[in-house]
Structure formats: structure tokens, C-alpha cells
Design a protein around this ligand. Structure first.
Ligand code: AP5
Length: 192
């Protein structure tokens, strides 16, 4: 299995680049944000609880997110691999992911960190909010809180994988094609 963590602050392009990676490498796209939004759309109990938290730009509890992920990994044992987009977002999630993958005799091969400065993130998310109306994109205070939460709770995950020698930094302030070209250069070291 080839398991990739696509990492970066909100609006750095994780979803956009995931789409390209899954097409090229036939991996399963596992976006915890998308799964949660689907739960909200279906008005499930989990979705209704998550909505309150997501609308504030806070993180959904680790056990909720881990529960969603573990079922999908379990049901796709023969997959070529996964793109984890927006997960893990805390050290606790990273540790659980490692344990879950070990059970399936696999691991995280690499983490791709999309590096984008705050000013650009705010511009991108505000613009998307104007078009899509995504609740957590329409209020600058919520966007700012998501960025703050990223720095306080999620950024340590980067160090966690850096210590394992698995983290690669990509300049995310380029065109989508240029970002993917840089990702492809890193990928070529892992896929022959
Ligand atoms: P999630 O859905 O993961 O959102 P996010 O991390 O805030 O990231 P976004 O989807 O906003 O941005 P992205 O990096 O994917 O960029 P994208 O490609 O979309 O999480 C939402 C919420 O769910 C969280 O706040 C939390 O509450 C909860 N949650 C999710 N996972 C969780 C977890 N593991 N634990 C706990 N809670 C969790 O691009 C953004 C915009 O920029 C788009 O409009 C795009 O067109 C544009 N763009 C992309 N690339 C470029 C480029 N190169 N140049 C110009 N524009 C670009």
C-alpha cells in the first residue's frame, strides 16, 4: 500500500491536489472534512454534533474522527493505498493512524506539506466563501480561528513525521499545475 498524508493549513490546496494524486496513483481519497460534511448533509446525529464544532472552526473530537477513518481502512484492505486529506490533525490522531496501519502491515510512506502563507490562505478561503457559501469560509473570524487551531493543534503533526524522516515541504503558492509538478518530483522517489 502507498499511504500519503496531504498536510497543510486550511486553504493550502489539500483537496485540490488530492484529486490529482488519486487519479494518477489510483488511491482512495480519505478527507475527514468531506466525510463530516456528508454527515451534516444527511443530518445524522454525528453530523449535527460535528456541525456545531465545524461552524466555529474548532476540531471535532479525536475519537469521532478516528472512528470514521478506521471503518474505511478496514473496508478497503486491498486498496493500492490512501490519501489522507485533513487527517491526522492532532498528535493523538497520528499515533492512532500509525497503529491502525501497522495492523494491516503497512504505514504512512510520506507526508506532503503544502506551505502557504496566512495572507494567501485568507484570500483563497474568503473567495471560496463568496462563491460556495461554505459556512466556515464566510466569516473572517472563523477562518482566522481555523488557522490558529492549525498552528496550535495540527502543526505538531508535521514535526511528528519529520522525526520519522517522512515529511516533504512543497511551495503551495504556485499555480495548481506547478504545485502538482513539485509533488510529482517527490512522488517519483516512492513510485517507480
Ligand atoms: P477540512 O474540510 O479538512 O478543511 P480545511 O483543512 O479547513 O481545508 P480546506 O478544505 O478549506 O482547504 P484545503 O487545504 O483542502 O484546500 P482546497 O484544495 O480546498 O476541515 C473542515 C473542518 O472539519 C475543520 O475545521 C474541523 O472542524 C473538521 N475536521 C476535518 N478533519 C478533522 C480532523 N481530522 N480532526 C478534527 N476535526 C476535523 O483549496 C482551497 C481554495 O483554494 C479552493 O477554492 C481552491 O480552488 C483554491 N486553491 C487551491 N490550490 C490553489 C492554488 N495553487 N492557487 C490558487 N488557488 C488555489
Amino acid at each position: 500500500m502507498l499511504n500519503i498524508v496531504l498536510f497543510g493549513p486550511p486553504g493550502s490546496g489539500k483537496g485540490t491536489q488530492s484529486e490529482r494524486l488519486i487519479k494518477q496513483f489510483e488511491l482512495i481519497h480519505l478527507s475527514t472534512g468531506d466525510i463530516l460534511r456528508a454527515q451534516i448533509a444527511e443530518k445524522t446525529k454525528l453530523g449535527l454534533e460535528a456541525k456545531q464544532i465545524m461552524d466555529k472552526g474548532e476540531l471535532v473530537p479525536d475519537n469521532v474522527v478516528v472512528g470514521m477513518i478506521s471503518g474505511i481502512i478496514e473496508n478497503n484492505k486491498n486498496a493500492k493505498g490512501f490519501i489522507f486529506d485533513g487527517f491526522p490533525r492532532t498528535i493523538a490522531q497520528a499515533e492512532v493512524l500509525d497503529k491502525m496501519l501497522i495492523i494491516h502491515s503497512t504505514n504512512v510512506a510520506l507526508l506532503l506539506m503544502l506551505d502557504v502563507e496566512e495572507e494567501v490562505l485568507i484570500k483563497r478561503l474568503t473567495l471560496r466563501g463568496e462563491k460556495s457559501g461554505r459556512k466556515d469560509d464566510v466569516d473572517i473570524n472563523i477562518i482566522q480561528n481555523r488557522i490558529n487551531v492549525y498552528h496550535s493543534q495540527t502543526k505538531p503533526v508535521l514535526e511528528y513525521y519529520q522525526k520519522q524522516g517522512k515529511a516533504f515541504q512543497i511551495n503551495g503558492v504556485q499555480t495548481e499545475e506547478e504545485v502538482y509538478s513539485d509533488i510529482s518530483k517527490v512522488m517519483s522517489k516512492f513510485v517507480k
